[in-house]
Design a protein around this ligand. Structure first.
Ligand code: NAP
Length: 276
C-alpha cells in the first residue's frame, strides 16, 4: 500500500482564501497583535510569517517586539494595552518566552475573546467542557486535515502521541468532541508501538525525529505527523517516511500540518471578530 498524501499546503491555501473573503465582508478589518519577546531567530521567522499572512488576508497587523530582558510587569502592561485596544481583535504571544518570564501568567492575561491561540486557562476550560471558544491552532489544523481527507471519526480508535498543552491535550479533546475513541500516549507509555498499531487514526506530536516507524502503524491507518525537525538530511517529522508504505493516508513533512497552523490562526482571528 502507498499512502495518499494529505496536502496541507493546498488545504491551508483554501482556508486563507475563505478567510480573506470573510474579512472583506466584515464592517472593519480585524487586527491581529503579535507579541515577540527577545531575538530568538526561529520565533522571529514564525512571527514574520504570521504577520505576512495576516496582511495578505486583509487584516490589520499590530506588532510588539519587546526586549529580551523585559520585566514580567512591563510585559503584562503590553498585554493589557492590547487587550483594551478596540483595533485589536486577537492577541498572540509567541512561545517560547525567555525563562525569567512567567509564560502561563502572561498568556492568561489575554482576554478569552481575544485568545486566538486558544491557550489561556479560560479557552482550555471551554474546550474541555465542550463549550464554544477559540481552539488551539495546530490541533484545529489537524482536525481540518482529517475532515478534508474524508477521515471518519465517530467511533474510530484514534491514538494521540504527546500530551502537551499546545498540541496533545487539546488534540485529544477535539477528537473526543467528534466522538472518536481516544487513547493518549506520552513518554511513559509502555510499548508505544503496540498501542499505536491499534489506531485507525494516529496523530503524532512527540517532538522526537522519526520516533515511529512502520511497525507502529496499522495497515491502512490515517497518520498525521505534527513533528517538524531540521536534520542534516533535511526536514523530517516524528514519523519515519517509510510509514507511507503501510498507512492509508499520511501528512508529509514539510507540507502537511505545518501550513495549517497559521491558516487556523487567521480563521480564529475572524471568529474573534465575529464574536465581538
Ligand atoms: P512538547 O511540549 O515537547 O511535548 C511532547 C510530548 O510528547 C510530551 O507529552 C511527551 O511526553 C511526549 N513524548 C516525548 N517523547 C516521547 C516518547 N519517546 N514516546 C512517547 N511520547 C513522547 O512538544 P509539542 O509542543 O507538543 O510539539 C510536538 C511536536 O510538534 C514538535 O516536533 C513541534 O516542533 C511540533 N509542532 C509543530 C507545529 C506545526 O505548526 N507544525 C506546531 C506545534 C508543534 P511527556 O508529557 O511524558 O513528557
Amino acid at each position: 500500500m502507498t499512502a495518499v498524501l494529505i496536502d496541507g499546503t493546498a488545504v491551508a491555501a483554501r482556508i486563507r482564501t475563505q478567510v480573506t473573503a470573510d474579512v472583506a465582508r466584515l464592517a472593519s478589518p480585524p487586527g491581529l497583535a503579535t507579541v515577540l519577546v527577545g531575538e530568538d531567530p526561529a520565533s522571529a521567522v514564525y512571527v514574520r510569517n504570521k504577520r505576512k499572512r495576516c496582511v495578505e488576508a486583509g487584516m490589520r497587523d499590530v506588532h510588539r517586539h519587546l526586549p529580551g530582558d523585559i520585566t514580567q510587569d512591563a510585559a503584562l502592561a503590553v498585554i493589557d494595552q492590547l487587550a483594551s485596544d478596540s483595533n485589536v481583535t486577537g492577541i498572540l504571544v509567541q512561545l517560547p518566552l525567555p525563562p525569567h518570564l512567567d509564560a502561563a501568567a502572561l498568556i492568561d492575561r489575554i482576554p478569552a475573546h481575544k485568545d486566538v491561540d486558544g491557550l489561556t486557562e479560560a479557552s482550555a476550560g471551554r474546550l474541555a467542557l465542550g463549550r464554544p471558544g477559540l481552539r488551539p491552532c495546530t490541533p484545529s489544523g489537524v482536525l481540518a486535515l482529517l475532515d478534508e481527507s474524508g477521515t471518519e471519526l465517530p467511533g474510530v480508535h484514534t491514538v494521540v502521541v504527546g500530551r502537551s498543552d499546545l498540541v496533545g491535550k487539546p488534540m485529544a479533546q477535539l477528537l473526543l468532541q467528534r466522538h472518536a475513541t481516544v487513547t493518549v500516549c506520552h513518554s511513559r507509555t509502555r510499548d508505544l508501538a503496540a498501542v499505536c498499531r491499534e489506531a485507525d487514526v494516529l496523530v503524532v506530536a512527540a517532538g522526537k525525529a522519526r520516533l515511529l516507524g512502520s511497525e507502529a502503524v496499522k495497515p491502512g491507518a490515517t497518520v498525521i505527523d505534527v513533528g517538524i525537525h531540521r536534520t542534516d538530511s533535511g526536514l523530517c517529522g516524528d514519523v519515519d517516511a517509510a510509514v507511507k508504505d503501510v498507512a492509508g493516508a499520511l501528512t508529509p513533512v514539510p507540507g502537511g500540518v505545518g501550513p495549517m497552523t497559521i491558516a487556523m490562526l487567521l480563521r480564529n482571528t475572524v471568529t474573534a471578530a465575529q464574536i465581538r
